[in-house]
Design a protein around this ligand. Structure first.
Ligand SMILES: *Cc1c(COP(=O)(O)O)cnc(C)c1O
Length: 432
């Protein structure tokens, strides 16, 4: 790499970075070269699959314009479902801007499939925070799954962080839904790789061939060359303001998998009997197509930003999960910041390096649903879009910052450097 990387740190005009930070960044980047090459390879394979799906499904100029009202015969909507299905190796998909969030899409899937008396088992410990209310883990009477008589059970990870295969085998025997969360979410557990998911699917199907394997795929799409349906999952669910929307889709979510399951989900989303045949797309079709088209490339830039973050922050003495050389299943890097001053400086620095609202200073606040204050840095084109560079952190032990996104690697890299500079200026780190 010596021929490519100039030993003298490259100046960044208009930004006042300490020379030593630039030097470290350059070293970090050089050490990531192999991982970056692998990321490029993944982007190419996924990009080719996306383009092939566009061509095979005859995406036309007419698909890009939307409908109003009931949205009957919306060619763009119906074709986009087919394109998503092909890309993710599924029989069918339900891709809608009218999913208000990933949690909404997951909720539609759970309520679409589960009936009174059915059992859902989470195989990857406690699900993502926002689902606790949906499942009914925070009290009764709100219309949660528990209120409708759906039984919930859970298998925690083993102490070494691996899925508990023996307990999974036992608990899914009488389950309707076997639920897997791919990404770490806001916890210190490991993210599952697609190979990990393949192993779990095998265990589930051996124990109970009728169990429906549902995967919360948030933050995972296009990080690897396969997604969970490719290895036997029955249904995947995700958010369009994360990976598959590429920062272009303005809102929405998707569900993809077995045809009859997607249909049940569509009945819950609209009405029984109408399902996928209604729902106007307004002006969102073009953005959702364009988002999917760009997604493999944008995700690879976010993954590079994540690898770089892990490499640079560990050089500065902060433990990072995963390490820069570990195989990734999502776009998140967790940086253990040691104390709240470090955490706040880091998040404020990220904001300073964002394209939107760079002059705003994020402060910790008491966000609903959290038991401690939370700080969030997000200077994004789409509000709350976390495929765009963002960092959020609850202010509590172990002071973990969850960093994700970066639409382009140069901008993501610069955001991280701004955060490091901010930490240095606030006396949160030493440079040698
Ligand atoms: C983001 C996310 C969700 C859904 O969150 P929304 O904010 O509702 O889109 C669910 N699970 C995981 C693991 C996530 O990262």
């Amino acid at each position: 790499m010596a021929e490519i990387f100039d030993p003298k740190p490259v100046e960044v005009p208009g930004f006042e970075f300490d020379e030593r930070i630039l030097k470290l960044a350059q070293e970090a980047e050089a050490e990531c070269a192999e991982a970056f090459a692998e990321t490029d390879r993944t982007a190419r394979i996924n990009g080719e699959r996306v383009l092939r799906a566009f061509i095979n499904n005859k995406v036309s100029a007419a698909c890009l314009s939307g409908t109003t009202g009931y949205g009957y015969d919306d060619l763009g909507r119906d074709t986009l479902d087919k394109v998503y299905a092909e890309v993710f190796g599924a029989e069918d998909a339900l891709v809608r801007h009218s999913f208000v969030s990933g949690t909404h899409a997951l909720t539609v899937a759970l309520f679409g499939i589960l009936r009174t008396g059915d059992k859902m088992v989470s195989l990857t410990g406690k699900p993502y925070d926002t689902l606790e209310e949906v499942i009914g883990l925070r009290g009764k009477g709100n219309g949660s799954l528990a209120d409708f008589g759906v039984i919930y059970d859970q298998v925690d990870f083993l102490p070494d962080g691996k899925p508990n295969v023996a307990e999974i085998f036992n608990k899914v025997k009488d389950a309707k839904v076997a639920y897997i969360q791919r990404s770490r979410g806001y916890s210190l557990r490991s993210t599952l790789t697609v190979d990990d998911i393949a192993e779990i699917v095998k265990t589930v199907k051996n124990a109970n061939p009728n169990a429906i394997v549902m995967v919360d795929n948030c933050y995972g799409e296009f990080v690897e060359t396969r997604d969970p349906v490719h290895v036997g999952a029955d249904l995947i669910i995700g958010s369009l303001i994360k990976n598959p929307g590429a920062g272009i889709a303005e809102t929405g979510g998707y569900i993809a998998g077995k045809k009859e399951l997607v249909e049940l989900c569509s009945y819950r989303m609209t009405c029984v009997g109408m399902g996928k045949e209604v729902g106007c797309t307004l002006n969102q079709n073009k953005l959702m197509y364009q988002g999917l088209f760009f997604a493999p490339e944008v995700v690879s830039n976010a993954v590079k930003t994540a690898i770089f973050t892990s490499k640079l922050m560990s050089k500065l003495g902060f433990e990072c999960l995963p390490r820069s050389d570990e195989k990734r299943g999502d776009i998140i890097t967790t940086v253990l910041m040691k104390n709240s001053e470090n955490l706040i400086a880091f998040c404020q620095g990220i904001q300073k390096g964002s394209p939107i609202d760079s002059y705003v200073t994020p402060e910790p606040w008491a966000m609903p649903g959290y038991d401690s204050e939370v700080i969030m840095a997000a200077g994004a084109f789409n509000m709350g879009a976390s495929i765009e560079l963002s960092a959020d952190a609850p202010l509590r032990e172990p002071f973990a910052a969850y960093v994700q996104g970066g639409l382009t690697f140069p901008s993501g890299r610069l955001g991280i450097l701004t955060a490091v500079q901010e930490m240095y200026d606030k006396h949160c780190l030493k440079l040698f």
